[in-house]
Design a protein around this ligand. Structure first.
Ligand SMILES: *Cc1c(COP(=O)(O)O)cnc(C)c1O
Length: 296
């Protein structure tokens, strides 16, 4: 098993619901307290490619709260590469935890106004250098999906009938589909409002044979949109901690776990299904909440 997975563990969620569906969660959040578990996987082959092309600088894009930005900073440093993050919007007077962490890992952060940020090609043209390796926003791409496919190298994964993950760009989901056994269904829980392009974006990362595999997309659990966290969600996060000692994040994993529980209660999954939830990390995102909002 590879090193990153050794720090992860499988947690059974007992009494998750009253019917015959069993649920476990793969705790990729245990890999690192700040760097999201799934980002770590998504980045690994980008880094490998950059090193083999003798690049010295990783560059990517993201918002001021982006898990991908922190992960790129950390992973680049670990690989002995410099990094630059092109950050959407104006610089805030007080930088948030995300940017502070990214800078602590040696990333240079350059702010790009929202309008210019839409046009990534123009940014690349302006800042490009022969030794720079560019990664798309959120790590989207086939190389990222190949990395995410390695998540299912964790022992015992073939036992699950359904594997559920939160989706942003859909790269992790595409990777799970690549690695899934034929009888397994990959279920993506979108954390963005009305993200109906998701299915196409996932398919774009798959080959013809992989697009035949079982997968489904669920759109009803965004809680108002990306990073929105109404009181019901915060309450649920508190309960998840009390019941299962399960820490979740406001952007991705709380919505995933909530969705799983709700779908089970609505008999979405056939009896005797054995669900695996991917805890993809993201806990650093909670640092944007007021102190004492959460007990963990
Ligand atoms: C980025 C992220 C996701 C979404 O991954 P995509 O590959 O962009 O769909 C899910 N969970 C966490 C914690 C993340 O940081």
């Amino acid at each position: 098993m590879n090193d990153d997975l050794q720090k992860s563990s499988l947690q059974e969620l007992l009494h998750f619901s009253g019917n015959s569906v069993r649920v476990s969660i793969l705790r990729l959040d245990l890999i690192h307290p700040v760097v999201s578990g799934n980002k770590w996987f998504k980045l690994r082959y980008y880094l490998e490619e950059a090193l083999s092309q003798r690049k010295t600088m990783m560059a990517t894009f993201g918002g001021a709260y982006s898990n991908h930005i922190v992960a790129t900073a950390f992973a680049s440093k670990a690989a002995g590469l410099k990094s630059t993050g092109y950050i959407r919007g104006e610089e805030a007077p007080q930088p948030g935890a995300t940017l502070l962490h990214a800078r602590a890992y040696g990333m240079e952060t350059i702010f790009i106004n929202r309008e210019t940020f839409q046009n990534k090609e123009a940014i690349i043209e302006k800042f490009n250098h022969p030794e720079t390796y560019w990664i798309r926003e959120g790590g989207y791409g086939i190389t990222g999906a190949r990395g995410a496919a390695d998540i299912l190298a964790f022992p015992g994964m073939e036992a699950y009938t359904h594997i559920l993950c939160a989706t942003g760009t859909g790269t992790m989901m595409a990777g799970l589909i690549k690695a899934a056994a034929p009888q397994q269904e990959i279920v993506g829980i979108s954390v963005l409002k009305n993200q109906f392009s998701l299915e196409n974006e996932v398919r774009h990362l798959l080959n013809e044979q992989e697009t035949q595999k079982k997968c489904s997309f669920i759109h009803g659990y965004h809680f108002g949109g990306y990073a929105k966290h109404p009181e019901t969600l915060i309450k649920f996060m508190n309960q998840a901690w009390q019941k299962w000692e399960l820490p979740t994040d406001i952007v991705y994993t709380a919505k995933l776990v909530f969705a799983a529980k709700d779908l089970i209660a609505k008999n979405h999954f056939p009896p005797n299904s054995h669900l695996l939830l991917i805890h993809s990390g993201g806990l650093q995102g909670n640092l944007s909440l007021p102190p004492n909002t959460l007990p963990f």
